[in-house]
Design a protein around this ligand. Sequence first.
Ligand code: ADP
Ligand code: MG
Length: 480
Amino acid sequence: MEWEVVIGLEIHAQLATKSKIFSGASTQYGAQPNTQACAVDLGFPGVLPVLNQEAVKMAIKFGLAVGAELTPRSVFERKNYFYPDLPKGYQISQFELPVVGKGELTIELEDGTEKVIGITRAHLEEDAGKSMHGNFGGHTGVDLNRAGTPLLEIVSEPDMSSAKEAVAYMKKIHALVRYIDICDGNMQEGSFRCDANVSVRSMGQKELGTRAELKNINSFRNVERGINVEVERQIELLEEGGTVVQETRLYDADKNETRSMRSKEEANDYRYFPDPDLLPLVLEESMIESIRRSLPELPNAKRDRFVQEFKLSDYDATVLTSTRELADYYESALKQAKPSDPKLCANWVTGTLSAALNKADLDITESPVDAAKFAGLLSRIGDNTISGNIAKKVFEALWHGEGDSADTIIEAQGLKQVTDAGAIEAIVDEVIAKCPDQVADYRGGKEQIIGFLVGQVMQASKGKANPAQVNEVLRKKLTS
Ligand code: ADP
Ligand code: MG
């Protein structure tokens, strides 16, 4: 039997506001436990929540960025459940009327095609605290600093049909929230995490299969692995004649398996009801318009512009606009390089620079070679002062801080390309004298031997001779 995989994601993005969603306490990560939870976050009797306008603006920004319907009058509700990290006994969330309604996002698949993923809704809510299973003399600690941190929960339609698609979608949302500056996207710190709903159905079947929900996965890699093992589990189960039960499961990355946390029967009845302490959230048209005008260029628009303006391939443009920081770096380097060569700059950013960053596990914003220095290097390639190969050496030196610009390194290490015709001729003569057999072969019609001879000349010049010139001089001398 052929199986079809169905996936829907619920992504939680912590909004990058300075203070919490219903109180003035700081949202700064990493403070001493319980130093950033005020009476409102702790749910003391008599306190009243006050909605943070910045969080609302960020939700609107997101809604506009995915072309979503915005709800003119949305409502905050209490989601009631008992857990040690939730002192109020309920979480303030949105249920029936979320601030952001239906939208969509286009993702690029590996084969180069695109797919539109529906966004069901995005709603505002508060984060809970954190249980700490550290050294507390046999007890569990509770840190309530995170309680009340604003979250935007972004719920997708069950539109994805493989783990790879789910990751592509999650990465796209990740890039987007950072583009529009509403979330720092830091997955290690839990600023961006996801629940993956997974089901399978036999190919061609209309109704959705029963799903399992994998909770709180906090890396792209684990989303992919978690979904894949869960799909395997469900298919195996069904093929053995069993049935999938609707439940919440935990993905254990160490064992690469999913385990049941609670089934539907044990599921909470959240008894949602409108929070009587909060007024409905009414969006004013003027506020929406001013946010619309303040939106930065979005990833897809930027990619299309890169193709148009810089004549880059779709692939290069997609890679370069995958994050706002990378796109900014590219444009900044390109602008400062003289001559300014978009294709050369794209090759170097996606090639040598990206490889070095990957190897060192660094983000583009942490690159030891900043855009200005990088532009200095591109300039010397562009004006033929150095060849591509020598440029790699100069890049290495820049990367390791062996000089503060490409020019000082080229000067100090004597790497200038030799373009002086006399100097090149001298080396060519030397090589011809040293390699009589190869020269005879060439003259006898074995043309491909030229590659060897060019190599000899390049080596003799320590890579500094201009390869095109070497080729030309060699051919002239060999045929004369
Ligand atoms: P809940 O609030 O109980 O988690 P929702 O109906 O809001 O349930 O769905 C949450 C997520 O699960 C959505 O992203 C949705 O696309 C996805 N989903 C719903 N049904 C299925 C299914 N049968 N298979 C895979 N994903 C599903
Ligand atoms: Mg859910």
